[in-house]
Design a binder for this molecule. Sequence first.
Ligand SMILES: Cc1cc2nc3c(=O)[nH]c(=O)nc-3n(C[C@H](O)[C@H](O)[C@H](O)COP(=O)(O)OP(=O)(O)OC[C@H]3O[C@@H](n4cnc5c(N)ncnc54)[C@H](O)[C@@H]3O)c2cc1C
Length: 382
Amino acid sequence: MTPQAPTPVAKAAAPGRHDVLVRGAGAVGLAAALALARQGLRVALLGSLQAPSAPDIRAYALNRASVRLLEGLRVWEAIAQASRTPVHEMRIEGDDGTSALEFSAWKSALAELAWIVDAAALEAALRQAARFAPHLEVVDTAVPASLTLLAEGRDSATRAALGARMQRHAFGHHAIAARLATTRAHAGVARQWFRAPDVLALLPMDTPQHDHAYALVWSVPEARAGELLALPDAAFEAELAQATGGAAGGLGLLGARAGWPLWAGRAEPLFGHGWLLVGDAAHVVHPLAGQGLNLGFADVASLAQVLAEREPWREPGDPRLLARHARERAADTLAMMAVTGMLLHLFAHPSPWVRQLRNRGLGWVNRLAPMKQALTRAALGR
Ligand SMILES: Cc1cc2nc3c(=O)[nH]c(=O)nc-3n(C[C@H](O)[C@H](O)[C@H](O)COP(=O)(O)OP(=O)(O)OC[C@H]3O[C@@H](n4cnc5c(N)ncnc54)[C@H](O)[C@@H]3O)c2cc1C
């Protein structure tokens, strides 16, 4: 009789011990907790499932990969239709009044280029899913686990205690976010103006009350941000009209404005024995590309796959697994940081030569169909 090879048995956590502790109940921490609990891992989530006292007024541009992850977590369909708007076209304007780069879902044979999702509605749907997820326990103090996932956001305090350092590159800019009603139908067109030194984005985002509304993200130098935030509503709307040249119709504020200081950075090291940084705790990019949360959700998808495919004798916190995940994510994250940094420098440069070159560049790329297709694929998260 030939001896039978022993059947590998997946290593389970000791009774009472969790497989994974997720620190931080933001969008990335919640998605990670849900994705890993769905695999049957015993997950503890350190954070609150209460809605924040001041709702987030931002809207996120989510790519196809992020939507796929949310669909898999049964969260996408829980977000009300009024809180997610598909983007059919994207128009990026230069600062000479004529150059533009246009992307079209129709020309790329896609149903949509991206979705604009209300930040508060997305987080509420994730919290609701976490309340009912099997294998997921919400805790109010750190518990021992094979793997600690740090999803505490860009100002994470625990990161330094683990020995990781975030090198910050400050842009000297703040992002102003607000919701706007428009007098003209947005037709699913997202618009972005690169007007050195500002970058202004209008993302089509309907609300239950307004069929044609935009979410504004306006990146401006710090001092100007202070001025814009302090302006009375009518004066702020006049500044918007001047900045957009009326291309998106008449724009009126639907509520308060809020500002965020902008910086970029990547934490080093990204993981250690039994711990891993994900989301903004691991990397922060400028919001001009609308990719910060997409990168965080891609971290979750990658980690979930690495853990699902792990050798049965490896615990979730095994550094070999974490190294696999880090290798998988490195190129994506570094490329996104490089592209957003390069665009910002290019469009902030005051020289008239650089201005002419970048505006011509927009026109050239606009006429190069294969390059536009490649850019579209990259923005979709493949
Ligand atoms: C103006 C603006 C617009 C943006 N637009 C887009 C966009 O269009 N598309 C996109 O993809 N991204 C966008 N982003 C980026 C996006 O907001 C972030 O990437 C995303 O919110 C990061 O999520 P997170 O869960 O990693 O961090 P966070 O959202 O910061 O969540 C971290 C959570 O951890 C909690 N926490 C902190 N410390 C502790 C602790 N010690 N213990 C327990 N809990 C803790 C916090 O309270 C919080 O709940 C934008 C950013 C800005 C500023």
